[in-house]
Design a binder for this molecule. Sequence first.
Ligand SMILES: [Zn+2]
Length: 56
Amino acid sequence: MVFGLFKRKDPVCGMKEEKGKGLEKHEKWFCSQDCMSKFDQALKKSQKHRGGSCCH
Ligand SMILES: [Zn+2]
C-alpha cells in the first residue's frame, strides 16, 4: 500500500518504471510481456514449492 509512493522497477530485469511503457500486474511493473511471464512462472514455481499454505 505504501509502496505507491516509490517508483517501481521491473523485478525481473531491474529496469526502472517508465510512464506510458510496460505492463502492470501483481502490483508490480514490468518492462515487457516477456519479463511479466518470466515473473509469473517464477511465482507459480515458488507457490508450488511452498504448498500455498501461507497468506491467502
Ligand atoms: Zn524487464
